[in-house]
Structures are given as C-alpha cells and as structure tokens.
Design a protein around this ligand. Structure first.
Ligand code: BTN
Length: 253
C-alpha cells in the first residue's frame, strides 16, 4: 500500500499531530482521516470544532522536500475544490487567500499546513490538514465563530464521508504531482481560483491591526498585495474581510 492509501481513525486529538508523529511510518501521498478530533487545530492558534461523524478531518502526507511548504496549501485548496465540484457541480465554490474555501460569503473548508522537521531541524516534508464541513446542521454552524456553511446546507443532501475521502485523496495526489512537476502551473491554477483580486477588503494582521485597501495581486510566494492610500502593502499571513460592496458585486446582489 502507499500512494492514495487512507488511514481511518475513530478518534484522535488532531489528524495533523498524528500525521506528524507517525510521519516516518505513513506513506507519501497517503491520507489520515478521523471520525472526530478532540483538539483540532486551526490557523493562528484557533481550535477547529470537529464533531463526530459529520465532517472531513484529514491530513495529507507530503514527503518530497522539492515543494516549498508555503506552496502545499495550494495542493489542498485545489484538491478540495475539485472534490466539492464533483459532489455538487451546481454550487459555486471559490478559494479565499490565504487557505480557505468559501461558498458565497461563507466558509466551508479551512486548510492548515504544518512542516515536519527531523534531526538538526532539517525539513523532511509536511502535512496538509484539511477540515471540510460536510453534514453539519444549520444549528451547529451557527455556533461557530464566523459565517460558515456545509455541503448539506448547500445541496440538501447527506453525503457519505468515505466517498468524500476517496475523491479527496485522488485529487490531492493529482495536484501533488502537478506541483512536483511544475510549481508555476500549480500557482497559476490556484491563483485563477482566488476570487479576491480587485476586491475592497480589510486585512486583519496577526497583531490585530487592520489595513484597508484593494487587493491587486497574490504573488508566487503567497504574498497578498494590497493597494492602500499609502502605497502597496504585502502580507504573508492574516485574515481578509471583504467589504459589503465587493461581496454584493461578487455575488451580483
Ligand atoms: C483554519 O483555521 O481554517 C484551518 C483549519 C484546519 C482544520 C483541519 S481538520 C484536519 C486537520 N487536523 C487539524 O488539527 N487541523 C486540520
């Protein structure tokens, strides 16, 4: 077994933590999936709420060091997009910098890539952690800390989680291979799905400072370029809040 293998866990604290701990034993291009997480990790130190049997909580193993770690969320984003589009072709999903997937103005998936280092802090690869809201009810979604949706809410159908994981691992390997062959192609595909360029936004920085401007580009190394009243500013991390006028323009309200 190897490429495309899925390790199913009934319960774990975090699939990312598990995949990093068992990195040597797990295969390159394989996926760890848990029914439930007791300490799911989100970006910027947040928790990822992970109720049992409702959603996908998964971590994908990247053992090649040829792909820089900051490119790996692109593999995750494009693979989730392809999987969701296969399951719900009529729904409009899009990528939101830095590592989210949205459906209209609601988040449906978050991605957290983490690096695996070995002796002497040498990079050995990484894991792409993926949380997708699949069968979460409206009530459970309301309890989250930001506007969110699930596949159930978007297409009124309960989805088999095994089927989602099987589609996902195939798509992840597809984009992993594309990235290994040509990281420029991976970047071009990923950038084309980012709907933020041209939008008026507030970027909330890690220190909670807020910068307002229009997104003019997203660079090859992942930096967001924001045209502000004092010139172009670059961000490598942060949260983006889209202005109401840009949301209306994006979804033609
Ligand atoms: C975000 O904050 O948007 C990123 C969320 C990433 C959550 C996933 S769930 C599976 C994997 N294991 C974790 O502990 N976190 C990621």
């Amino acid at each position: 077994m190897g490429w495309g293998e899925i390790t199913w866990l009934a319960e774990v604290d975090s699939t990312n933590r598990y995949a990093l701990e068992h990195f040597e034993a797990l295969n390159d291009g394989s996926l760890v999936v848990a029914e439930c997480q007791t300490a799911g990790r989100g970006r910027r130190g947040r928790n990822w709420i992970s109720p049992a049997g409702e959603n996908i909580y998964a971590s994908f193993l990247i053992k090649s060091t040829a792909i820089p770690i900051w490119h790996t969320p692109r593999i995750g984003g494009l693979a989730v997009l392809e999987t969701l589009r296969t399951l719900a072709p009529e729904v409009n999903f899009w990528l939101k910098w830095p590592n989210d997937l949205f459906c209209r103005e609601r988040k449906i998936c978050g991605i957290l890539s983490e690096v695996k280092t070995g002796q002497g802090n040498v990079v050995r690869g990484g894991v792409i952690g993926i949380g997708i809201n699949i069968n979460m009810s409206e009530r459970a979604l309301h309890a989250l800390d930001q506007p969110a949706t699930s596949l159930l809410m978007e297409c009124d159908d309960k989805i088999n989680l095994k089927k989602v994981a099987e589609l996902l691992v195939i798509a992840l390997n597809k984009y992993y291979i594309i990235g290994l062959n040509n990281s420029q192609v991976l970047y071009d595909l990923w950038k084309a799905e980012n709907m933020l360029i041209g939008m008026l936004v507030d970027v909330v920085m890690d220190d909670a400072q807020v910068v307002h401007g229009e997104i003019c580009d997203i660079g090859f190394d992942g930096e967001l370029k924001l045209a502000t009243s004092t010139g172009v500013k670059r961000f490598l991390s942060g949260d983006v809040a889209i202005s109401k006028s840009s949301i209306n323009q994006l979804f033609r309200r």
